[in-house]
Design a protein around this ligand. Structure first.
Ligand SMILES: [Zn+2]
Length: 450
């Protein structure tokens, strides 16, 4: 199969290249830094194997030193070797999970929300993921949910893809904080016209997106390639998986990869992520014992954790570099669920706000509100205060799923619904901090510019 070979290795943190401004004030053509990026040649190649990481034994070490094209070829051979014939059923299942076309039922599930919020007048939503749902359907859903809203700030934040919605654009960017050695995420927001010419920033996002997508291939490697047997075995132990189950998971992961190769040109970028494996296994429920599929998904989860643990974050752009680029374009920045990488609270990055509540992070809301209050007190006069945000982290694609495949917690998330704003205990802290939806919307809109 044709694979394009990476000519140059990516160097982590190429500060000099990244720091070039792409805003209107600079006459330097932003495209220049494109030489730092990978050739646009598909997701299965283009980013080198990372070196210098914890390895399991000599065989894995040798494997990690291979180039991307070689690893792609090796993976294809390994998947073939696990092999079982690919049937028309498999092909239909694959095409269904990558399909972004919506049926009438799916459209109805999106535009007809189950719960309405007629009393909510201010709608603030700056952390949510449209995935493959078109904006006009999302707008219809929001119109139905908040019929009496009089004030709103709604900005989507797809992972590493800049998306516009009614004049604002946003993105959730993966980056790397070297000072405390963690991958972190930033929510980045702009007035759309400010990023129309942002060549460098867009290239940074594209490279980040493709690098992040590579985790899927490491996930598949771990499942299909014998060289990763140690890792797979450890994950199997943790998930309580016996030989039969491991075999079942390997066979179907190998099939998925072969299907991906067969339909690579039809596979949309948003589908190329770890989740595609779970989505594929979900389709197996109609053919195999659902209890076995459940157990298979537990094993996948354990393997995914191992893969994440070994995935190198050093190839992401440095957090400071992303912040500098965004500031140069006149954008604003919010740190989502900061307690998940708490040193960020001490890093004193140039950001506009912290998210103090998220469906995955509800434990530290009051503490985080106090942290923001303390940091604001310590700020110099004239400095913008840090704002308090809450993120619903709604993934719209979840609503399009058949109800039997929906994750109850995830499907319950809604754009603009963050109940903690109205929680009696939390309200006490919010009042002290002077934060409510209306003031945050006004302040943040002012920072984003008219
Ligand atoms: Zn998110």
């Amino acid at each position: 199969m044709p694979r394009c070979v990476a000519a140059v290795e990516i160097q982590p943190a190429r500060r000099a290249d990244v720091n070039r401004r792409s805003d209107a004030a600079s006459s330097r053509p932003g495209g220049e830094s494109a030489r730092d990026l990978r050739p646009a040649c598909g997701y299965a190649s283009g980013i080198p194997g990372e070196a210098g990481h914890e390895r399991n034994g000599l065989r894995t070490e040798r494997l990690m030193s291979l180039g991307v094209a070689e690893r792609d070829q090796r993976r294809a051979r390994a998947a073939d070797a696990v092999g079982e014939e690919i049937t028309d059923w498999d092909r239909r299942a694959y095409l269904k999970i990558i399909s972004t076309e919506l049926s009438d039922d799916q459209i109805a599930r999106i535009v007809e929300p189950q719960t309405l919020h007629p009393r909510q007048e201010a709608v603030l939503a700056v952390h949510w993921h449209p995935e493959f749902i078109p904006p006009d359907l999302i707008r219809r859903r929001l119109d139905a949910m908040f019929p009496n809203r009089s004030q709103e700030l709604i900005i989507p934040t797809q992972h590493n893809i800049l998306v516009d919605y009614d004049g604002y654009s946003g993105v959730e960017v993966d980056c790397f904080s070297r000072s405390f050695n963690r991958k972190v995420q930033l929510l980045v927001h702009f007035r759309t016209e400010r990023v129309a010419q942002a060549t460098v920033f867009r290239s940074m996002l594209e490279r980040t997106f493709r690098y992040r997508a590579r985790q899927l291939f490491e996930f598949i490697d771990t499942l299909v390639d014998d060289a990763y047997e140690d890792r797979l075995q450890k994950a199997a132990d943790r998930a309580g998986a016996d030989e039969n189950l491991v075999r079942f998971v390997r066979v179907h992961a190998a099939k998925l990869y072969r299907l991906f190769l067969e339909f690579e040109s039809k596979t949309p970028p948003v589908a190329i992520r770890n989740k595609i494996l779970v989505h594929y296994f979900e389709t197996l429920r109609s053919r195999f014992d659902p209890r076995m599929v459940n157990h298979a998904e537990m094993l996948l989860q354990a393997v995914k954790e191992t893969v994440k643990h070994h995935f190198s974050n050093e190839f992401f752009y440095a957090t400071e570099e992303v912040i500098e680029e965004v500031r140069g374009l006149g954008g604003s920045i919010v740190v989502p669920h900061p307690e998940q990488f708490w040193p960020i609270l001490l890093a004193e990055y140039d950001v506009d706000g912290y998210e103090v509540w998220n469906p995955q992070s509800q434990e530290f809301t009051e503490f985080l509100i106090q942290v923001v209050g303390r940091q604001n007190k310590a700020r110099k006069r004239g400095d913008n205060p840090i704002l308090i945000f809450m993120g619903d982290d709604c993934h719209m694609g979840e609503k399009a799923k058949d109800p039997e495949f929906q994750d109850p917690e995830k499907v319950g998330r809604e754009v603009g619904v963050q109940p903690a704003w109205d929680d009696l205990a939390i309200r006490k802290s919010l009042i002290v901090a002077g934060a409510d939806r209306r003031t945050v919307i006004d302040d943040y809109k002012a920072r984003l510019g008219a």
